[in-house]
Design a protein around this ligand. Structure first.
Ligand code: AP5
Length: 216
């Protein structure tokens, strides 16, 4: 199965993509995570990504398209994948179609996580993750079971994303409205777009996604 999760920053794309990886064995392809790995490596691409991400802007299409084209060729993607954060522009959406055509493969669904923008700031500002294994948490919605200790690996160190401050989030939302939301009609016209209520709790969002997947 090949899916896209679409939605603004903080809509829950990463949360649900990780669940789909666990429950269905779909590989999570997060362009944001790939770029953060490049930043951590200190490579020239990472230095560029650091500047762009901290400004809340989008990386150039050609860089992102090459990154995904290389990634979906790897053997682990043969059983399916869930795209999280890609495509984000009409050019990226068209490039994805070409990549899939070349593999004689189709998209099964494009799932929009519909959310209320006002709630996103709270979601994003409360987010943190384990500095060692990357497990995600939230101050209000998902605290570690033992305060200050990662549920997954037991580490006591946590970190926050540099682009999760109010100013950058405003720019990220602007980029979503101006450059990403316009691709929704592209998928709607092809009968691929399905909406789920991204404001429901995490388990309910997952149930709605599963209902969509059962119908495709
Ligand atoms: P990226 O990493 O993709 O960030 P984003 O799209 O801004 O999305 P987020 O990761 O912030 O949110 P999410 O929807 O995954 O929500 P999450 O599940 O974490 O991109 C970062 C940057 O990289 C971009 O700004 C751009 O510069 C660059 N970039 C990336 N891809 C690119 C591309 N294709 N082209 C060009 N540039 C690109 O949830 C958020 C919080 O809410 C969490 O704490 C979670 O626990 C909580 N939560 C989740 N669901 C719920 C729920 N249902 N109820 C309550 N809380 C919830």
């Amino acid at each position: 199965m090949r899916l896209i999760l679409l939605g603004p920053p903080g809509a829950g794309k990463g949360t649900q993509a990780k669940r789909l990886e666990e429950t269905r064995g779909l590989v999570q392809l997060s362009t944001g995570d790939m770029l953060r790995a490049a930043v951590a490596s200190g490579s020239p691409l990472g230095q560029q990504a650091k500047r762009v991400m901290e400004a809340g802007e989008l990386m150039p299409d050609e860089i992102i398209i090459d990154m995904i084209a290389e990634r979906i060729e790897r053997p682990d993607c043969r059983n399916g994948f869930v795209l999280d954060g890609f495509p984000r522009t009409t050019r990226q959406a068209a490039a994805l179609d070409q990549m899939l055509e070349g593999k004689k493969a189709n998209l099964d669904a494009v799932i929009e996580l519909a959310v209320d923008e006002g709630a996103l700031i709270e979601r994003i500002s409360g987010r943190f993750s384990c500095a060692k294994c990357g497990a995600g948490y939230h101050e209000k919605f998902k605290r570690p079971k033992v305060e200050g200790v990662c549920d997954v690996c037991g580490s006591t160190e946590f970190s926050r994303r540099k682009d999760d401050n109010a100013e950058t989030v405003a720019a990220r939302l602007e980029a979503y409205r101006g450059q990403t939301a316009p691709i929704l009609p592209y998928y709607e016209e092809r009968g691929l777009l399905r909406r789920v209520d991204g404001m429901a709790d995490v388990d309910e969002v997952m149930r709605q996604i599963e209902a969509v997947l059962a119908s495709v």
